[in-house]
Design a protein around this ligand. Structure first.
Ligand code: SAM
Length: 394
């Protein structure tokens, strides 16, 4: 049984590290985060509080990575989600643009530490940013370092997360082939999975109808007590009703931060008119409510009520603000509580977020869902088993 050592870059509150620590392969191999780095102090404190490892709270650059590699390396695995925004870089190389410097810092970290496998996670737009230039350059960079590269958009709900969250993953392996979480659930297609990893056509979007989404919002939260807006009730309403709730509650006495932010009276009344899956901006919903309550503007997901019998929508930092996100409880007239947001992200109840309510929301919304992290860890461990087999044969 091998324990592989991982370096977690841009580690946030530790969603990805927690998830990877839960992964095992058939040989009993596992992954331990040997070093984590993030510039955000409160997220580093949350990481340390829950995972018992103090991240380095410093900006990531070559000097820091060289030092870390010398003092704490070697690393078998490097993971991380360098922040990246879409913008145009007409003419010049995308990786030379200062606004992409954290993506370059991540790649330089791979070059310096030379892990067996690396995983870069990002927003789903990563593939199309700058007309695909940044993606192409990242693939080329990794290929030159000797990695086999594959990229995909994965859907967290196919890995046991009670949320339809999509993330972009780019994986480089110097060992066995890497299969994406949920890939096995899709109909087998040799052309799609087995041929040239670098072709843009190999990029695929997993579709829920082809896979198996295990858990709904109600499955994830039905043991928590009902709340009114502004109320905090940190106790369980019932014993766990399914294995997901057992996972949440193992090692936890109380659902800390089952707390819903307050709303004004008129706002709560407005929420009461919105059916599941609909928004207060839908004309047919507006017809049902008094004129004075009707909101007149918003974003695509504003004032929308979650469907209880489906995985939750993506949990963003705005999951307590109905005017900016799809976050109204399926049957209660309020936004999600902090604990409900954390559960939709598949954080167990013992995982406690430090900081203000705003800082908690941001740490939760930023995180890789731990159960997706676990699936990513299992895929990495399976790729590592492949390399052991090859070595044994030789
Ligand atoms: C998407 S979040 C990471 C979430 C994390 N992987 C998880 O699962 O919880 C990105 C993180 O990058 C960090 N960050 C941004 N710029 C940084 C820099 N220059 N050096 C180190 N960390 C940085 C932010 O503080 C933020 O926590």
């Amino acid at each position: 049984m091998t324990v592989y050592r991982s370096l977690d870059l841009f580690s946030g509150c530790g969603g990805l590290s927690l998830g990877m620590s839960l992964a095992k392969n058939s040989k009993g191999d596992s992954i331990s985060t040997a070093c984590a780095i993030d510039i955000w102090e409160i997220a580093c404190k949350t990481f340390e509080h829950n995972l018992g490892l103090k991240p380095l709270c410093e900006p990531i650059d070559d000097d820091l990575i060289r030092r870390v590699n010398q003092e704490n390396g070697p690393f078998d695995i490097v993971v991380g989600g360098p922040p990246c925004q879409g913008f145009s870089t007409a003419g010049k190389r995308a990786l030379d643009d200062d606004r992409n410097k954290l993506v370059l810092a991540f790649l330089r970290a791979i070059e310096i530490t030379n892990p067996k496998v690396f995983v870069m996670e990002n927003v789903t737009g990563f593939k199309t940013f700058q007309n695909g230039k940044i993606h192409e350059e990242v693939v080329l960079f990794a290929k030159k370092l000797g990695y086999q590269v594959r990229s995909a958009i994965v859907l967290a709900s196919l890995s046991g997360v009670p949320q339809r969250r999509k993330r972009f993953l780019l994986v480089g392996s110097k060992v066995g082939a890497f299969k994406f979480p949920g890939e096995q659930a899709l109909p087998h297609d040799e052309n799609l999975f087995e041929s040239d990893e670098f072709s843009l056509e190999k990029f695929f979007v997993q579709k829920p109808e082809n896979g198996t989404e295990k858990w709904t919002f109600n499955d994830a939260t039905s043991d928590l007590p009902a709340l009114k807006a502004g109320q905090r009730l940190e106790k369980y309403k019932t014993p766990p009703k399914n294995s997901l709730q057992e996972y949440f509650r193992k090692g936890s006495e109380l659902p800390l931060d089952h707390f819903a932010v307050g709303h004004r009276e008129y706002f709560i009344e407005m929420l009461s008119y919105i059916p599941q899956g609909k928004s207060a901006l839908d004309p047919e919903v507006q017809k049902t409510m008094p004129k004075k309550l009707r909101p007149t503007s918003g974003f695509k997901n504003s004032y929308q009520r979650i469907v209880g019998d489906a995985p939750s929508p993506t949990i963003t930092r705005n999951f307590t603000t109905p005017s900016s996100a799809n976050c109204i409880h399926p049957s209660q007239d309020r936004a999600l509580s902090i604990r409900e947001g954390a559960r939709c992200q598949s954080f167990p109840d013992w995982f406690y977020f430090l900081g203000t309510t705003d800082e908690k929301r941001l740490q939760i919304g930023n995180a890789v869902p731990p159960l997706l992290g676990k699936a990513i860890g299992e895929s990495i461990l399976n790729a590592l088993i492949e390399s052991k087999k090859t070595k044994t044969k030789a």
